[in-house]
Design a protein around this ligand. Structure first.
Ligand code: ADP
Length: 256
């Protein structure tokens, strides 16, 4: 079996979508920090196989929403589910089918990519054989060969981001939530990560946050635009505009 054939049954099991067919569900998610409302009543669902851009200016509430969707932050109100599993009530089931790239990448600065990915595989209970084939795959797809045994804390932002991507896709999850996946990458690395996301999009449901409009056009079919913690547009990319210049103008008008 080669690396790309190592499939986690959870990633291809269509029965994991909820009864409405949604793989990612945000139901009235709201987050207050004291009197400040960071996220207010965000509701949307992402059906199986869709690649959705979670778009908005800095401070719009994208990361906060993603942290609640992935079960890393408790909402003030509302619910989040992945593949029909509530991320707090059915945490383990949701985590099995979810890969998450947090905004600041992997935090274990003293570990190496090798030790981190083996550690993640053990935490997830992956078999030795599956771990070996998946590690071969992620090292290749995320180009980690040259930094494999270097401490993550010594790596550039671009390499750290790719270690984060490797950790997110290691268990071959059906759903990916990626917080600014190309942040800090140079143009070549950006190209490589976009290619990776496009190839993952063939078999996975993806929600990715960004404020880069060319990224939206290159990778996504649908936009959920947030501003001041609220959804202000949800529709096909063409709902913003057909071309980048038009998209930028409309984005500015809507988020000014
Ligand atoms: P984005 O990801 O769209 O840039 P964030 O979700 O990071 O936005 O932040 C949304 C808003 O919530 C911002 O105004 C941010 O300063 C605020 N915020 C985020 N985390 C906290 C926190 N722990 N305490 C107080 N305010 C926060």
């Amino acid at each position: 079996m080669n690396a790309t054939e190592a499939i986690n049954p959870a990633s291809t099991d269509k029965s994991t979508a909820d009864s409405s067919g949604s793989m990612i569900t945000s139901q009235g998610l709201t987050k207050h920090y004291g009197k400040f409302i960071a996220v207010s009543d965000i509701t949307f669902s992402v059906p199986q196989g869709e690649v959705v851009a979670f778009l908005g200016p800095n401070g719009a509430g994208k990361s906060t929403t993603m942290k609640m969707l992935t079960g890393f932050l408790a909402p003030t109100r509302g619910h989040a589910s992945i593949g029909g599993f509530d991320v707090f009530e059915n945490r383990q089931e949701a985590a099995q089918i979810l890969g998450y790239l947090p905004e600041n990448g992997p935090l274990y600065m003293e570990m190496t990519p090798k030790s981190l990915l083996h550690y993640c595989a053990r935490l997830r209970g992956l078999s030795k054989e599956f771990t070996a084939t998946r590690i071969e795959y992620v090292v290749d797809r995320c180009s980690l060969g040259t930094v494999w045994e270097k401490p993550i804390g010594k790596l550039s932002k671009g390499f750290r981001q790719r270690v984060g991507m490797a950790q997110a896709i290691l268990h071959d999850p059906a759903v990916l939530i990626l917080d600014e996946p190309t942040s800090g990458l140079d143009p070549n690395q950006t190209h490589q990560v976009r290619d990776l996301i496009r190839s993952l999009a063939k078999s996975k449901t993806i929600l990715l946050s960004t404020h880069i409009l060319s990224e939206v056009q290159a990778m996504c079919g649908r936009i959920i635009l947030v501003n001041n913690g609220r959804v202000i547009l949800d529709g096909p990319v063409s709902a913003l505009s057909e071309d980048i210049a038009g998209m930028e103008k409309r984005f500015q008008e809507l988020t000014a």
